[in-house]
Design a protein. Structure first.
Length: 377
């Protein structure tokens, strides 16, 4: 089974619930859930039915590779399945011989009503190779949270997997992905942006392909290194004494979502960032992830310069990068040793073409937030 192919890791210390993060061992009131639709994950058949395609005469003994380099917001891990060489049987968070065809990460979206925040797209980091003649494509999606309970054992249940899709991008050809490029990620925008989102959501992508004929399309979404994610998400103890576990990232296979930690025993965060539009004329609380809050930039639209405002709960090094629509880095501003509190960074846009840009603020603690900047002339 796939679980037995990967190393077992201890439960990580970071936990997430729908509306808040809770510390390990903290008991919260039972969520409003029902077992009426509970299904068992214990009966899932993980047997690999699809043979690898590049080493046809070699036994299918899979093991894990971890390729490190330095990319934005710590997208340093690219996990792959291999037999005689890395990734000859695909990537853990991409095309592979198991036929996994969807990957999603949980994001907290319960921002205050006094903050005007729209989700307009996604920034993603990739690795791998693509057949130049490939006709395969991916679609980025936003999913609601499914609150059905899935039984893991006699007294434990999993909930919080992706539910229904409420926003999608147009199909992105695999040949259009920026692969293995530390200076450029992939920017994708939703067909219909989501205004004033006030709920939690999953962000990720789906792909259709044949696992027994990868035909050179070996692509994988990057992630943080193992052991640096939120683990299986959060948990709570309900009034019946059962443990309810909340999913942090999920994998789609044969029409069924599975928890990424339970499915792979990999404790990572996927290299995905929602691209927000933050209106500084109405925003008060901005967008917060862990130690970092971004309040937006002003003026926006900008002509020759703009000011990006953010705050830190704790001291950290901060890097701000601005990318054009193709993912090319326009400027990088380093703010080493930034202290806790409010900060404003001036960004010169003089000489830039009119259009939309994306800026990414990230900290040395691994937190990152992406938002849109418009330049006019």
């Amino acid at each position: 089974m796939k679980k037995t192919l990967l190393s077992l890791l201890a439960l990580c210390a970071g936990f997430a619930v729908f509306a808040q993060r809770v510390e390990p061992g903290t008991i919260k009131p039972a969520p409003s859930l029902t077992r009426a639709h509970a299904t068992s994950l214990m009966s899932r058949n993980n047997n690999l039915t699809a043979a690898k395609t590049t080493y046809v005469n070699t036994a299918d003994t899979f093991y894990l590779y971890n390729n490190y380099d330095s990319l934005l917001f710590d997208s340093s891990a690219l996990y792959a399945y291999g037999v005689n060489s890395p990734a000859d049987s695909g990537y853990v968070f991409g095309t592979n011989a198991y036929g996994d065809n969807g990957f999603a990460e949980y994001f907290y979206g319960g921002y205050s009503a006094d903050t005007s925040i729209d989700i307009i797209g996604v920034y993603s980091d990739w690795g791998g190779t693509v057949n130049p003649n490939s006709t395969n494509s991916i679609t980025f999606n936003l999913w609601t949270i499914d609150t059905n309970l899935n039984q893991l054992s006699q007294n434990s249940y999993l909930t919080g997997l992706p539910g229904s899709i409420f926003a999608s991008s147009q199909a992105v050809p695999l040949t259009a992905l920026n692969l293995n490029n530390p200076a450029a990620g992939t920017l994708t925008f939703f067909t219909n942006p989501i205004p004033n989102l006030q709920s939690n959501f999953f962000l990720g992508y789906t792909i259709t392909y044949s696992p027994i004929a990868l035909n050179g399309d070996l692509i994988g979404l990057r992630s943080t290194p193992d052991g640096t994610g939120y683990g299986p998400g959060g948990y709570t103890i309900d009034n019946q004494g059962d443990t309810i576990i909340f999913s942090q990232n999920a994998i789609l296979n044969s029409g069924q979502w599975y928890d990424g930690y339970e499915y792979l025993y990999k404790d990572v965060n996927l290299s995905l960032l929602p691209i927000y539009f933050i209106d500084p004329t109405t925003s008060v609380k901005g967008v917060t992830r862990s130690n970092l809050t971004v309040f937006g930039c002003a003026p926006n639209p900008a002509v020759n310069s703009t000011n990006i405002s953010f705050s830190l709960q704790q001291n950290a090094d901060v890097t701000i990068q601005v990318l054009d629509a193709s993912g090319r880095v326009m400027t990088t501003i380093q703010q080493p040793g930034s202290i806790s509190g409010a900060h404003v960074v001036n960004v010169s846009t003089e000489g830039w073409a009119a259009g939309n840009y994306v800026y990414i603020a990230r900290t040395s603690t691994g937190t990152a937030i992406a938002s849109q900047l418009t330049v006019i002339k």
